[in-house]
Design a protein around this ligand. Sequence first.
Ligand code: SF4
Length: 93
Amino acid sequence: MVPEVKKCHVEQCFYNKDMECNAHSILVGSSEPVCETFMQSSRHTNKSGQAEVGACRVDQCEYNKGMFCHACSDIEVGFKNNQAWCTTFEPKS
Ligand code: SF4
């Protein structure tokens, strides 16, 4: 099953409405787990629907297998280091 973005705290993003991500899917990372789909905007989409994690390039994450996210539960996106950030990221042990 493809994980979805269960909550996004980045309210200054075009795709964020009521703390939900309404993009079709998001792309996460490469060297850091940033949400590459983030788009700074004071306007918000009219579309409703929960975004899937379409692809993730953070292969240092415990949940990354073959450049896809395999987190069992859905992920969350927050704000860290001044960027939209996958807060479900877990460094590989
Ligand atoms: S939990 Fe890990 S594998 Fe899944 S999107 Fe976040 S950084 Fe990528």
